[in-house]
Structures are given as structure tokens and as C-alpha cells.
Design a protein around this ligand. Structure first.
Ligand code: UDP
Ligand code: MG
Length: 316
């Protein structure tokens, strides 16, 4: 049997510092897999520039000039990790047998790829990389991430615990992924829906090799909300927030009403009326907010916007 062509897909946003180090390391892992007879020598790396503001694209071009196993695509502007990853996977799907997506910062152990490819060669079509520990993540990141997993579980949709977007997918699985037409992408939610034979490979999560996180709290939050509603209907969410604030105000009002009641300075009927107005008001606003989240989703889905445009390609 011929060994498979493996494509490594890296989303890159402002990664000029990390990329040269990562590319080096990934090439050496590729070499290792080729020499072990696991992967074909035609295997390659695709760096996907997500509209970086620094010299990421220049760095990719230099790497490509040095070694043409490093290829590149560049989006017209910053679309976010999920979209640039999709762009990368769609670009490689007709030019490989399987693709592995990994972040540019090598926080996810590249050596785990060897086990992933072994699993692929044994017929697994989706292999998830799962972190065995999050020791190097901050307490905050760890807790919020775990909170998010349990929230997803409560919302009733399947994701893989402690799996980010480090995974191997067969060309066929990527082709199936391409048939999902939604514009609000949450790959970790979609991919388990594809089905096919899957496996899990565990590894230690490390520190970034260089540069800093491109996922500040703000991006993390919006990513999580997207993961649940697949859309951010901001004005609707504000309605929900106002409802929530009113609920707190409601408590203060309740204390005031009770004090007035026990001091006998109220007319009969006033306390119950006051309490219902505030409580129902906040409840109604929150409900409208929740309905709004779903309307917002319908709103973007019906627009069927193209999800990315590839600006430049290095492919020879
Ligand atoms: N990334 C991207 N577009 C963005 C933000 C991040 O392509 O808008 C890439 C980034 O270059 C990296 C990966 O997504 O390869 C994960 O980002 P990061 O390591 O900063 O996130 P963290 O590991 O801190 O959650
Ligand atoms: Mg990272």
C-alpha cells in the first residue's frame, strides 16, 4: 500500500515570531513520518494567513522559497481562526489523503501527529487530539473552558472534551465538512456530526513557542457564544442583559417593599403589584432576548454569505 499524502494546515494570525520555529519543527516531524514509512514524501504544510497585521505573509513566502513543502494561502482580511482553518482544509482536500490542523504556536504537541497518522493508516477517518493536562493554561482559561464544555453538554450537543482544533481528517471527511453551508462556524460542534470512524490521541499541552495569545478574553467569549447559538445577535443580547440587571434591581425593590409593608406605610395591594411589575418585567425582557438569539441565527443563515475569499496562493 502506498503511504498517504499528509497535509498539515496551520492557521496564522500575527505569527511572524512563532512561524519559523513551528515550520522547522513540523518539517522535522514530517521527515520522521516519511522515514517511518507512515506518510508519503509528497506530504506538505499549508500556512494559512488570516489577514495578519505583521509580517506573517512575508515569513510564509520566505519559508516557501526555502522549502516548497511549505505552501501558503492568505485571506483578504482577518476572519478568525475557524474560517481560516476551513479555508485551509478546503484548499488541501483535493491534494492530500488526510489533513492535520494544528495551531501555529505549537502548544499542541506535534509529535502526536505520528500517532494520528498511524490511526489514519488503520482506517480511522477523524482523529481528535485531546489534551491530557492543561497545566500550562492559566487557571482562568482552564476553568472557563471546562465550564464551557459542561454548558455545551447541558445544551445537548456533542463535542469532544478538551479537544481544540488539533485533529486529523481524511480527505473524505473534509469533503463532508465542506457540505455544511452554515456561515457561523463552530467546527468542534460540526465535526462530531459527520460520523465516520474516529479515534482519540492524547498529548500534553505546552506553552506557546513565541508571541502571545491571539485569543484575548473578548475573542474567547464570542467564540463560546457562537458555539452555542451559532450567532451573535448583539442587540438582542443587550435586551437579555437589561432583563438580568432588572432582576437584580427587582431584589432591591423587593427589600424596599417589604420594609414599607412591615412599617405599615403601604396601602393594601401595593406590595404585590410592585413585586410583580419588576419581576415580570425582567422575565419578559430576558425571554425576548433569548428568542432574539435564535432570530439572529436565522437572520445570518438565510443570507448565505460566502465565508472567505482566498487572496493569494503559493502552490508549486
Ligand atoms: N488565529 C487565527 N485568527 C485569529 C486568531 C487566531 O488564525 O483571528 C490562529 C493563531 O495564529 C493560532 C491559533 O489560531 O495559530 C490559535 O490562537 P492562539 O494560540 O492565540 O489561541 P490560544 O491557544 O491562546 O487559545
Ligand atoms: Mg495557542
Amino acid at each position: 500500500m502506498k503511504s498517504p499524502i499528509i497535509a498539515i494546515v496551520i492557521p496564522c494570525y500575527n505569527e511572524e515570531q512563532a512561524l519559523p520555529i513551528s515550520a522547522d519543527k513540523l518539517l522535522s516531524v514530517l521527515d520522521q513520518m516519511v522515514s517511518m514509512g507512515l506518510a508519503s514524501s509528497e506530504s506538505y504544510i499549508l500556512c494559512c494567513n488570516d489577514g495578519s497585521k505583521d509580517k506573517t505573509w512575508e515569513t510564509i513566502s520566505q519559508l516557501h522559497a526555502k522549502d516548497n513543502r511549505i505552501k501558503g494561502i492568505s485571506l483578504t482580511h482577518n476572519r478568525g481562526h475557524q474560517y481560516v482553518l476551513l479555508a485551509g482544509l478546503m484548499s488541501v482536500k483535493d491534494h492530500c489523503d488526510a489533513a492535520i490542523s494544528i495551531d501555529a504556536d505549537l502548544q499542541d504537541d506535534p509529535e502526536a501527529m505520528i500517532e494520528m497518522v498511524k490511526q489514519f493508516n488503520q482506517g480511522k477517518e477523524i482523529v481528535y487530539g485531546v489534551r491530557s493536562s492543561r497545566a500550562t493554561d492559566t487557571w482562568f482559561k482552564r476553568t472557563t473552558a471546562h465550564g464551557f464544555y459542561s454548558l455545551q453538554k447541558k445544551m445537548g450537543f456533542e463535542t469532544i472534551y478538551d479537544h481544540a482544533d488539533y485533529r486529523l481528517m481524511s480527505a473524505r471527511a473534509i469533503d463532508f465538512l465542506g457540505q455544511y453551508g452554515e456561515s457561523n462556524l463552530f467546527l468542534r460542534g460540526i465535526i462530531p456530526q459527520i460520523g465516520l470512524e474516529t479515534a482519540i490521541v492524547t498529548y500534553e499541552r505546552k506553552e506557546r513557542v513565541a508571541g502571545e495569545s491571539k485569543y484575548p478574553l473578548k475573542k474567547m467569549l464570542s467564540f463560546s457564544i457562537n458555539g452555542i447559538t451559532s450567532f451573535s445577535a448583539k442587540p438582542m443580547r443587550w435586551i437579555f442583559m437589561v432583563g438580568l440587571i432588572l432582576l437584580v434591581v427587582d431584589l432591591i425593590v423587593a427589600i424596599y417593599v417589604l420594609i414599607s409593608y412591615f412599617e405599615h406605610v403601604t396601602t393594601s395591594g401595593w406590595p404585590s403589584l410592585m413585586l410583580s411589575i419588576w419581576f415580570l418585567g425582567s422575565l419578559i425582557l430576558m425571554s425576548i432576548g433569548i428568542v432574539g438569539e435564535y432570530i439572529g441565527r436565522i437572520f445570518t443563515e438565510v443570507k448565505h454569505r460566502p465565508r472567505y475569499f482566498i487572496d493569494k496562493t503559493l502552490w508549486d
